[in-house]
Design a protein around this ligand. Structure first.
Ligand SMILES: [Zn+2]
Length: 124
């Protein structure tokens, strides 16, 4: 079950546990106020990422803690300082959230252990 109806969330943290491929996304969802819910979770498993320098695909152990808010639809401007993911359906698609977080992680700078050594050498 990877779809969680937003309306089912309340002040008691709801535990979720989603497995996609070799990644596990675990945590809790709790309703904060109005259209806002809060997610606390961890993504763990193995992802494959290309090195930004030599493009070699590296398997990387992932253990990423996440903390963000989810809003049911568009929210007012004064909330935009928060890290908010807007959902456009009444259901929170945990699989989609996991995939977009993984995409974010993959878009971060990453270099393989070999290249890491090289760039350090260049600096000295
Ligand atoms: Zn590399």
């Amino acid at each position: 079950m990877t779809l969680i109806p937003f309306k089912h969330l309340n002040s008691i943290p709801l535990e979720f546990d989603v497995i996609v491929g070799n990644l596990t996304f675990k945590g809790t969802l709790v309703h904060k106020k109005g259209k806002i819910a809060q997610l606390n979770g961890t993504i763990s498993g193995i992802i494959q990422m290309p090195c930004d320098l030599c493009a070699e695909i590296i398997e990387r152990d992932l253990e990423e803690e996440l903390f963000f808010y989810i809003s049911d639809g568009i929210i007012s401007e004064n909330e935009d300082e928060l890290d908010i993911v807007e959902i456009t359906t009444p259901m929170i698609d945990m699989e989609e959230l996991l995939n977009s977080e993984v995409e974010l992680i993959k878009s971060d700078y990453f270099c393989c252990p070999q290249c890491e050594g090289k760039t350090l050498e260049q600096e000295f």
